[in-house]
Design a protein around this ligand. Structure first.
Ligand code: IMP
Length: 198
């Protein structure tokens, strides 16, 4: 998610602050564990949509890496598109208002759509996007998320495909960031509690 209005909340306090090295952070899921779960979800989706085509819609930027792996793990024909949203303040602590900054490029009316997200946390982002996508009248709409933090839900929404359920901890890597850093890590790590402000 992009944090447009209250971006300072996720920025370092001053330019002299450096980000801790990922090597100091505990690994929650290794690259191999992630690959196994992505393959399992890919197989499940391929079975569920056998003989059909799917449109995967990724939520920028966090879901980009999960989507690119998932798209290749799905054996049925699939295309992909991306949306981008901003929240007013950090979704974790804000009133939860979400705004679309980039819409889908291609029509999805009558198509089988899967929204692909990095983390289902409070649920505010995906419930907003689900409502928006349903207005386009897809044939079906499901949700795939790499991580699910069920403890933090503020609105009732569940994903159809979940790679891992996790407790209420701030994580980085495999597309997920802290102030735009660490997205490129191949594994998923626990970000230090004292810095996360979580
Ligand atoms: P929510 O479900 O609307 O609360 O928002 C989910 C979004 O919050 C995710 O797509 C991430 O951008 C962000 N987010 C929530 N928890 C974490 C985390 O532990 N690490 C990185 N980003 C997170």
């Amino acid at each position: 998610m992009n944090m447009s209005v209250n971006a300072s909340a996720t920025q370092p306090k001053s330019s002299s602050v450096s980000f801790p090295s990922a090597s100091t952070m505990d690994v929650l899921f290794t690259q191999a564990e992630i690959a196994d779960r992505v393959k399992a979800i890919g197989d499940e989706i391929s079975a569920d949509y056998a003989g059909q085509s799917i449109v995967l819609i990724g939520v920028l930027k966090g879901a980009a890496i999960f989507l690119s792996d998932l798209a290749r793990a799905i054996q049925v024909n699939n295309t992909f598109d991306f949306v981008s949203v901003s929240s007013y303040g950090r979704a974790r602590v804000s009133s939860g208002a979400v705004k679309l900054i980039k819409d889908i490029d291609n029509p999805i009316e009558g198509k089988h759509v899967i929204l692909v997200e990095d983390i289902l946390d409070t649920g505010l982002t995906l419930s907003y996007l689900r409502g928006l996508m349903l207005q386009h009248k897809p044939a079906s709409l499901k949700i795939a998320t790499c991580l699910d933090k069920p403890e933090r839900r503020l609105v009732p929404i569940e994903a159809d495909y979940v790679a891992f359920k996790i407790p209420n901890r701030f994580v980085i890597g495999y597309g997920m960031d802290y102030a735009e850093n660490y997205r490129n890590l191949p594994d998923i790590r626990l970000f230090p509690e004292e810095l996360a402000g979580h």
